[in-house]
Design a binder for this molecule. Sequence first.
Ligand code: NAI
Length: 420
Amino acid sequence: MVKCDIKDKSLAPKGKLRIEWADNQMPVLKKIRERFEKEKPLAGKKMSCCLHVTTETANLMRTLKAGGADIVLCASNPLSTQDDVAASLVVDYGISVFAKKGEDTETYYKHLMAAIEHGPDMTQDDGCDLVGLLHKEYGDSYLKNVIGGTEETTTGVIRLKSMERDGALRIPIIAVNESETKHLFDNRYGTGQSTLDGLFRATNVLLSGKNFVVCGYGWCGRGLAMRAKGMGANVTVTEVDHVKAIEAVMDGFRVMKLEDAMSFADVIITVTGNLNVVDEKHIRLAKDGVMIANSGHFNDEINIDAIERLSVSKRTVRDYVDEYTLKDGRMVYLLAEGRLLNLAAAEGHPAVVMDMSFANQALGAEYLVRNADKMEKKVYVLPAELDQEIARLKLESMGISIDVLTEEQIAYLSSWESGT
Ligand code: NAI
């Protein structure tokens, strides 16, 4: 039986058209779906999935269902749900969904609980909220049936690894984020472009000539800095890791402490996965009119309480733009309440990037069914052959073929005796 708590079922026709549009740009997932249709590798498996409810996720859900899974989907962020997609999943594809854009914290957790109470054999998570709750609040009675799960993002992987270190992790997890065909593309090109898309939709700002600060030069930060530079912004990077910092310098960016960038920064975007990266001391030094946003997983990269404390008034001046007036009259603009800008104010990653990420999710679920009995309660990476296979399918869909090693080259590369 299809269950749901969604905003409005009548939005389904619009959602269906958008899901189909995304599907046209997800050839790898489509190939996997066609195979799953025939082979039913997930037959009889109940899955609780906690992901951003977007058009691309809808196509992943269709793929899992084609593979035989019985799914309940909830949102991995209160602001990222696309209500028309949620409606279409329920109405057109018969998939249970618990998600409403803008849901409050209480509803968000109620929806997570609805997904867990489906009684899953497998989980799919994006940020570890579902698996965290499953461990903390549900325990043995639910965990005993779970053969394993997959995790989509960097922040979730960090949390799961710390659960593993503390001996608290009770199921094997495949960290999809660690696949090369995930983080090299989704985090870099996906976040790079879509975060700017969110910035433009929220503010209509012209980036050219702006002083643009990227906090964090990991996979997401690299993509964001590269794209902002390409649009004519003067890009400054802040980091805490010396290797990443020197890499940013060599890539041609200014690198400094955030404190030192505050006096000239027009736009600041955090992508660190860390806490209070933009803190009270930074707000005190902010340039009048600065726009501050986050594209890291949680809404705690910007210390919003500090902004509130330092302000005399706040008003919402556009969708996703809160204007704070500081005590000395300076303005600070906080975008999307500090939540993932690309998913809150835009549509998240383009489908063509999510194609590879979600191919990893689908193959991860299949891998778990085949191998969970041999796996320990640890965080795993998908085997390199699957990464290669996803990249191969993607290239094939683009009509690109590459060279193959000759027998002579294989022998040469595997020998220590050849060469002079
Ligand atoms: P990463 O681990 O590759 O990079 C994070 C970087 O931030 C590291 O280089 C780290 O040294 C740096 N950092 C940590 N604390 C800092 C601080 N106080 N100041 C400056 N730099 C600091 O992680 P990745 O893959 O780039 O992900 C970053 C965040 O974005 C995570 O929360 C991840 O879950 C999220 N994410 C968001 C996506 C989106 O659609 N918006 C997509 C993929 C990931």
